[in-house]
Design a protein around this ligand. Structure first.
Ligand SMILES: [Zn+2]
Length: 250
């Protein structure tokens, strides 16, 4: 499937969002490649149709699939799991927090209530159509994962540290790459409102959270990381002090 078919407007040339970090997906859904010592960690797995972007990028940059050392899932919502099974089938270890494994095993599932309740919003409806186009109904479940544990520095390229921040889902995590000040925050924070599809400041996803109060409380777990490049699951990168981002989100 070509880039235009997957709605990729980021283009192949401007994927770089931080030192050795590349952004993929569409303007509505992000996933990333983290490069270190000529090996790669994939952060989240978008939707099934996004696979061709990875395939193409590896080829364009002199990489083989064998150079992909790991896939780390910030959480197991369907729009972050797309091609996880494809990587797992090729022997790539998939990391996920144990509290999100039941969700990982449940795909493809029926859309949750909050999803159906918001379909009347034209921009959310467009997002839903994009997800259908990109294979949301064919996301495969996954059973075997490497567990993410709070505080662990993962033995994968880039060595991200796990910050457990539940609420959006029970097993949501952020991943901090300390030596590059890069924070992959999954859906713990977003910079794009998924209902209005407006870009903006760091914000909580609110009505898409499993437990919004818990998601709010988990923000404290990100305090004092200092200046960061925030790379969310939805929306453009945001740069600044994490405590400013948290104030904006609260
Ligand atoms: Zn998401």
């Amino acid at each position: 499937m070509s880039r235009s078919q997957t709605g990729d407007k980021t283009g192949a040339t401007n994927r770089k969002v931080a030192e050795g970090v590349y952004r993929f997906g569409t303007h509505r859904i992000n996933w990333y490649v983290l490069e270190a010592d000529a090996k790669l960690t994939i952060i989240d797995a978008g939707l099934p149709a996004h696979w061709s972007q990875l395939d193409q990028w590896l080829d364009d940059n002199g990489y083989e699939l064998d150079d992909v050392a790991a896939l780390v899932l910030t959480h197991a919502d369907v729009d972050h799991v797309g091609f996880a099974k494809t990587l797992a089938d090729r022997g790539v270890p998939v990391y996920c927090h144990p509290d999100d494994v039941p969700r990982l095993r449940s795909h493809p599932q029926n859309p949750p209530g909050w999803y159906l309740r918001n379909l009347w919003r034209p921009r959310f409806f467009a997002y839903a159509l994009e997800m259908l186009r990109d294979g949301v109904r064919s996301v495969e479940s996954l059973a075997d994962v490497e567990p993410l544990t709070d505080g662990d520095v993962l033995p994968v390229p880039g060595e991200p540290r796990v910050i457990f921040a539940p609420g959006h889902t029970a097993g949501s995590c952020a991943l901090f790459v300390e030596d590059r000040n890069v924070l992959f925050c999954g859906d713990v924070l977003a910079t794009r409102n998924i209902f209005t599809q407006q870009e903006g400041d760091p914000q909580l996803l609110e009505s898409a959270d499993d437990n919004h109060e818990k998601a709010k409380a988990s923000l404290a777990r990100l305090e004092s990381l200092g200046p960061v490049t925030l790379l969310p699951g939805h929306g453009n990168p945001w740069s600044g002090n994490i405590d400013t981002a948290l104030t904006l989100a609260r």
